[in-house]
Design a binder for this molecule. Structure first.
Ligand code: C5P
Length: 270
């Protein structure tokens, strides 16, 4: 069994819409310890729907093999936490191991399957440019604790991009700021100053429940908070594990989905 993790975006700058129908982005991905369980073998047992990214990944490796798949989801969907992409990357890794495919052949498959998939072949923290698939690995930060929380409704990614009007606007500089300061990010207080996501104003306007959740985590003492991808999950940066656990418990009792998570080092995934 392998356990693909969720990601958050410590920063997410979005550029203008390109001719290919995609926006250029500049982001720092960070893997966190909220994980699905994925089991893949060649026994011809039950699998997933063929349009699932996991099956599409395995079929790219071998269209005819008797893939059998079990997936236990813990990462919520339409949350901006990259769960579908993480499962897809995990399927590439597990399938490659079974078929003796060298891991360095996987990144070209990843880029075809989705913009975030390539990050999950690397894990830890990484800067992503282009559509997010042009990656520069970053050294591990000291462990940071977040409370992830999400209102009942998710945000479909195409809709989130549709809410933005980046025409004629240059790419922001939050990611450049964070990566330049990276070696000085030695505490949650230092990281708190540097979190930013270009989706936030538009998503907070269009989704009042996300807006209310972001106010709520600040009331509960978050050092700062940032939208995960295009939402609807929010990552609230906390002082320590105890603070993250207390916040998650309180938010769950208010009806939100919420989990305390810590950052993963590169040696913890894959
Ligand atoms: O990456 P994915 O195909 O899931 O994205 C779905 C839609 O979101 C795209 O068709 C596009 O409209 C929008 N998108 C975008 N810029 C990106 C990623 C997605 O405009 N970098």
């Amino acid at each position: 069994m392998i356990q693909p993790p969720a990601k958050i975006n410590l920063t997410l700058d979005i550029g203008p819409l390109g001719e290919d129908g995609y926006h250029a982005i500049d982001t720092v991905f960070q893997a966190v310890d909220l994980r699905d369980d994925l089991e893949v073998d060649l026994s011809g047992g039950p699998a997933l729907a063929e349009d699932n990214l996991v099956m599409r990944a395995l079929r790219r490796l071998d269209a005819e093999a008797p893939w059998s798949v079990r997936l236990k989801k813990r990462i919520p969907e339409r949350a901006g936490l990259g769960g579908g992409s993480a499962d897809c990357a995990a399927a590439l890794l597990a399938g490659a191991r079974l078929l003796d495919v060298p891991v360095n052949r996987l990144s070209r498959h990843a880029a075809c399957l989705g913009s975030d998939v390539a990050f999950f072949l690397i894990g830890g923290a990484a800067r992503g440019r282009g559509r997010g698939e042009r990656l520069t690995p970053l050294p591990d930060l000291p462990t940071m604790w977040f409370c992830l929380a999400k209102p009942a409704h998710g945000v479909p990614t195409p809709e989130a991009f549709g809410l933005l009007d980046r025409d004629g606007r240059a790419m922001g500089t939050a990611t450049e700021r964070l990566t330049s300061a990276w070696s000085e990010v030695t505490s949650p207080e230092a990281l708190a100053q540097l979190l930013a996501n270009d989706f936030e104003p538009a998503i907070r306007r269009a989704y009042p429940e996300v807006d209310a959740l972001m106010d709520e985590v600040r009331r509960r003492g978050a050092l700062n908070s940032v939208l995960c991808g295009s939402g609807s999950a929010v990552a609230a940066l906390t002082a320590d594990e105890e603070h993250a656990r207390r916040m998650a418990e309180a938010l769950e009792s208010q009806g939100y989905w919420a989990r305390a998570v810590r950052t993963l080092r590169r040696d913890e995934w894959p």
